[in-house]
Design a protein around this ligand. Structure first.
Ligand code: TMP
Length: 208
């Protein structure tokens, strides 16, 4: 069996961390060798870039800087972690990948999608996820969950509701265009229902 590349996506408060832990447990129980990683990050250099990206700054970061830093971290991640794992036959489970850039920097920040596509073609060199689970929920609900988490707020979480609304719409429109790769999961459902849906989708991936 060749390695499968899975990513999970969603706006803040969509419950990604809980679901990531479930997917990890489920696949390991099935005997799959799995590398769990995240973006931005996943490598030493990538984690340093993550800190730059998430730390609130007094002067706003230029949107192109943000975009290029995302791809810089991703280039390192692909070379050091993702490609070697898939070539070994391991599976990769990444908390976010390139769909996040189209949604956040494209939808959220308003950068022309064509420019992001050009960078994506250049950095990914044909690599794409086999399946992406998009955890979708109303923005207000996600924001409430972030507040209840009672942790510090990062540079993205400081943004207003309409920023996340554009991101949500952008994710959903990508899912509509690529229904075979991007599976939308209603993150406002109960954990049990979400886990059942994930188990079915993961079983399909294991069989194929
Ligand atoms: P996290 O909340 O999933 O840990 O991700 C960190 C933040 O980085 C989150 O607000 C989404 C943002 N992000 C982008 O804006 N573009 C990207 O390409 C990625 C991977 C993350």
């Amino acid at each position: 069996m060749i390695g499968q590349f899975i990513s999970i996506e969603g706006i803040e408060g969509a419950g990604k961390s809980t679901q990531l832990a479930f997917i990890q447990r489920y696949l390991i129980e099935k005997g799959i060798k799995l590398v769990v990683t995240r973006e931005p990050g996943g490598t030493d250099l990538g984690e340093q870039i993550r800190t730059l990206l998430l730390t609130p700054t007094e002067t706003a970061m230029a949107v192109d800087t943000e975009l290029l830093l995302m791809f810089a971290a991703r280039a390192e991640h692909i070379e050091q972690v993702i490609k070697p794992a898939l070539e070994r036959g391991d599976w990769v489970l990444s908390d976010r990948f390139v769909d996040a850039t189209f949604a956040y920097q494209g939808g959220g920040r308003g950068i022309d999608i064509q420019r992001i596509s050009t960078l994506s073609d250049w950095a990914l060199k044909g690599l794409q996820t086999d399946v992406t689970f998009l955890f979708d929920l109303p923005v207000e609900l996600g924001q409430q969950r972030v507040i209840n988490r009672n942790q510090g707020i990062d540079r993205f979480e400081q943004e207003k509701v309409d920023f996340f609304q554009r991101i949500r719409e952008s994710y959903l429109s990508r899912a509509q265009h690529e229904p075979n790769r991007i599976k939308v999961i209603d993150a406002s459902k109960s954990i049990v229902e979400i886990e059942q849906q994930l188990a079915t989708l993961l079983d399909n991936l294991i069989i194929n």
